[in-house]
Design a protein around this ligand. Structure first.
Ligand SMILES: Nc1ncnc2c1ncn2[C@@H]1O[C@H](COP(=O)(O)OP(=O)(O)O)[C@@H](O)[C@H]1O
Ligand SMILES: [Mg+2]
Length: 233
């Protein structure tokens, strides 16, 4: 479904991403592991049209490069940015409504109810400012907001960042059940390899803007170098 070949991109003259090739099939959960500064965020921003990229990026056979972020959302890709990107002054419900800005159908209200049921904490706090919630709750809100655009592919930028291990586990469990129940594919970039490898079928390892290893999540979890660098044992 998502096909990336020889992608380069960066900021001004600085090429951060240097010839990446990877793919995500419909319904699949794929992880890209990489240390701080390896180019994970830049890669996702290039796919969602926030920065200029070169190479080939196709989604359902249509080229994404050169399209605006809102066009890409309309095509079915939702991006949960690093640091969540929730609008802290707006309420939970207003944030969810924002996630549906590309939709013209009348089922937005039903979907707000649906995601408030899937994430009960959001339901309990729907009239409170997003900024009053904990980091984990805001991460759940960012995911629910992305789901409000009814994506076929969810891009997640380090959902574990700044969260306690128990909360991170909860976030990944939700992602797993959302993938199972909605069929949306998930591309997650992480430094926290353990949980990400647990819910994904395949993965890639990114180092200084290049893919240096790839394989099934099972293979990657038993790879010596991956274990030392990303699993910490
Ligand atoms: N807005 C920016 N302008 C210039 N350089 C940037 C910008 N954002 C990130 N970089 C640089 O790009 C490299 C990769 O960053 P990033 O994609 O954020 O990595 P990661 O998400 O894996 O931590 C880093 O060297 C970083 O300093
Ligand atoms: Mg990043």
């Amino acid at each position: 479904m998502l096909w990336v070949e020889n992608l380069t991109g960066g900021y001004g003259p600085v090429q951060v991403v240097q010839g990446l090739s990877f793919e995500v099939a419909a319904g699949e959960v794929v992880v890209i592991l990489g240390a701080n500064g390896s180019g994970k965020t830049t890669t996702l921003r290039t796919i969602s049209g926030m920065i200029h990229g070169r190479g080939t990026v196709t989604f359902d056979g249509t080229s994404l490069l050169g399209k605006r972020p809102d066009q890409i959302v309309r095509m079915g890709i939702a991006h949960v940015p690093q640091g969540r990107g929730t609008i802290t002054d707006l309420t939970v419900e207003e944030n969810l409504r924002l996630g549906a800005y590309v939709r013209a159908d009348r089922e937005v209200e039903e979907d707000i109810e649906q995601w408030c049921a899937v994430f009960p904490r959001l339901g309990e706090r729907r009239d409170q400012p997003a900024g009053s919630m904990s980091g984990g709750e805001q991460q759940m809100l960012a995911i629910a907001r992305a789901l409000m655009s009814k994506p076929k592919l969810l891009l997640l930028d380090e959902p574990s960042l700044g969260l306690a291990p128990l909360v991170t586990r909860e976030v990944f469990e939700k992602l797993e059940s959302i993938n199972r129940e909605t069929g949306a594919a998930v591309l997650v970039v992480e430094q926290n390899a353990g949980l990400a490898l647990g819910i994904s079928s395949r993965g890639y390892v990114l180092e200084t803007g290049q893919i240096v290893a790839q394989g099934s999540s099972e293979e990657l979890s038993t790879d010596e170098a991956v274990r030392q660098a990303y699993l910490g044992y």
